[in-house]
Design a binder for this molecule. Structure first.
Ligand code: SER
Length: 552
């Protein structure tokens, strides 16, 4: 099934069931509470509190969405910066029973998905909002399999500081989260208080690209008709195939095309900064696989072609913007990379800032290059250098350093130590053939990839979690020793043994529990970490699992 057919089927199904089709909104929301339109409900937010103003009680849309919150995940099988969301909404027309029943009917009857592939999740409740008993009862009656999840997975909103929100039921097919059914029964006020909404509303969102994967049993979102043409074009430019970099390039160019089309220009501020960052990252990734000439606007052409008849593009304007940005960036890129190579062994915040100012390297790019080279650079120092030069407006820098990293550095250090505990625990629970395949840390969470052929069981996850927490309780000291590479190898420390560390390497030990080659920094003792919790365990790519975890 191609994307056109799926869009049509969705719209038709809900129109036949009393919904009015409403056109999609711009990626730049009217309501300025968020930078981009991240969900179909954005344009309808106000109708949950004033349903009488809605164009109809029940509506259906296909909404282009732009999300940077998942940018670190882009390149895996399911995450995209730009995607389309199919959604049905109700402002007092129907509620949970109808929503779940229609959803299930669409999946099993209209798309003929085998019910055995489907399961649901439902909100299990917490000290703030109660368990979603009503949905549980409906799912029970329908005989559907469901799991109970916490707030992080099964409570939506509000987007921005205040607004409608509520528990969700999610449909999963083959373990892929494909459809989120939100039951807006509360309004969260600025004060943090939840009150009941007078009229209960429904907001659903189904990812078009993910649904195509499921319906066609495709490998991932990049193997759908929405990426075919740009992908083919990209292959004409490559010297070296690398599916991961290719995916990131394709994702970022498409997102940039749609954002520019909605009048965002690459710049150093707000939305423009994000678009600039996407374009530049695509160019850098391209560079790594041998693309040295301008190629972005050629890929853009294939994006236009892919969405012909669905969306209208200001083609010339978009191509001009892309070409301008690419030419400008390429002029400085190779010099910047040379500079990075020269300085990388003693990369400081000042140097990172210089890379930004002189060579146009967004901070995230320098951080990414540093990570690839196993080099540490402190974002705080970069921010300091940055503030000193006061280039950007406050809002831009707030958006740039997502979450305003006042004590972000501290949290990152904690996550860093927690990552070592996690690896050691995984090896104890799963065996010594488990190795780190990737790691990414923000102030909000850690993400960790490792080799393992199948989904971890709930029991395994619990064991790993418990083991980490036991080490935290023990308040083990974290100690650093410098030694030669050979000594480190002999001591049995984990790590990537490549010579780029230089002769002397740092080995961090956490009691007797873990020993790893690492640049640091780390906390002084594990007691500082608080409580460790695994929030997600999923496939990252073939043979690689991915864990996300938080400290609370
Ligand atoms: N707003 C919900 C989401 O984005 C459902 O559309 O998942």
């Amino acid at each position: 099934m191609d994307s056109k057919t799926l869009r049509q089927k969705f719209i038709q199904f809900f129109v036949e069931r009393g919904h009015k089709q409403v056109p999609s909104a711009s990626l730049i929301p009217e309501d300025q509470s968020v930078l981009f339109t991240t969900a179909g409900m954005q344009q309808f937010k106000k109708f949950y509190t004033s349903p009488e103003a809605a164009p109809a009680k029940n509506v259906v849309t296909v909404q282009p969405c732009f999300r940077t919150s998942d940018i670190e995940e882009v390149g895996d099988n399911t995450h995209l910066t730009f995607f389309e969301m199919l959604g049905n909404f109700s402002f007092g027309g129907y509620f949970k029973k109808e929503t779940i029943e229609m959803g299930y009917e669409f999946l099993t009857k209209e798309l003929e998905i085998d019910p055995k592939r489907i399961y649901c999740s439902v909100f299990k409740g917490d000290e703030i909002n109660p368990r979603d008993e009503e949905s549980v009862e409906i799912l029970e009656k329908m005989g559907l399999t469901y799991k109970e999840h916490s707030r992080e997975d099964n409570f939506w909103g509000p987007t921005g500081e205040e607004g409608p929100c509520g528990p969700t039921v999610e449909f999963y097919v083959d373990n892929i989260e494909i459809w989120n059914l939100v039951f807006n029964e509360y309004y969260k006020e600025k004060s943090g208080k939840y009150r009941n909404l007078e009229t209960k509303g429904v907001d659903t969102g189904m990812g078009l690209e993910r649904m195509l994967v499921v319906v066609n049993k495709a490998e991932n979102v990049f193997h759908t008709d929405l990426f075919d043409l740009p992908h083919k074009k990209l292959h004409q430019f490559l010297k070296k195939e690398d599916s991961f970099d290719e995916r990131i390039i394709l994702d970022h160019i498409k997102a940039a095309v749609f954002a520019i089309n909605d009048d965002v220009r690459p710049s150093n501020k707000d939305r423009g900064y994000i678009v600039r960052r996407l374009i530049r990252r695509a160019i850098v990734k391209g560079n790594q696989i041998g693309i040295v000439e301008n190629f972005i606007k050629k890929i853009a052409e294939e994006v236009f072609e892919t969405y012909k008849g669905i969306y209208q593009f200001d083609q010339k304007m978009i191509q001009d913007e892309l070409e301008k940005e690419e030419t400008k960036f390429r002029n400085t890129l190779s010099n910047g990379l040379k500079e990075f190579e020269k300085q990388k062994q003693n990369l400081t915040g000042e140097i990172a800032f210089n890379l930004y100012q002189t060579y146009g390297f967004p901070w995230e790019m320098t951080a990414e290059l540093a990570e690839e080279n196993k080099i540490n650079v402190d974002r705080k120092d970069f921010e300091k250098a940055f503030e000193k030069h006061q280039e950007l407006s406050r809002t831009a820098s707030a958006g740039m350093f997502k979450g305003g990293l006042a004590d972000g550095g501290e949290m990152e250090t904690k996550y860093h130590t927690a990552t070592h505990l996690l690896l050691a625990s995984l090896r104890q629970v799963l065996g010594p053939d488990v190795y780190q395949k990737g790691s990414n840390i923000t102030a909000e969470r850690l993400r960790f990839d490792f080799n393992w052929p199948e989904k971890l069981t709930d029991e395994q996850i619990k064991k790993v979690e418990d083991l980490v927490n036991v080490q935290i309780k023990k308040d083990l000291p974290v100690q650093m020793q410098e030694m030669t590479l050979e000594e480190a190898k002999e001591s049995g420390a984990m790590g990537v043994f490549e010579n780029k560390y230089g002769d002397k390497v740092k080995v961090y030990s956490i009691g007797d529990f873990s020993q790893e080659l690492c640049g640091g920094p780390h906390v002084k003792s594990t007691g500082e970490l608080g409580h460790f919790k695994i929030t997600k365990e999923e496939s990252s790519s073939a043979g690689i699992r991915r864990i996300k975890a938080i400290l609370e």
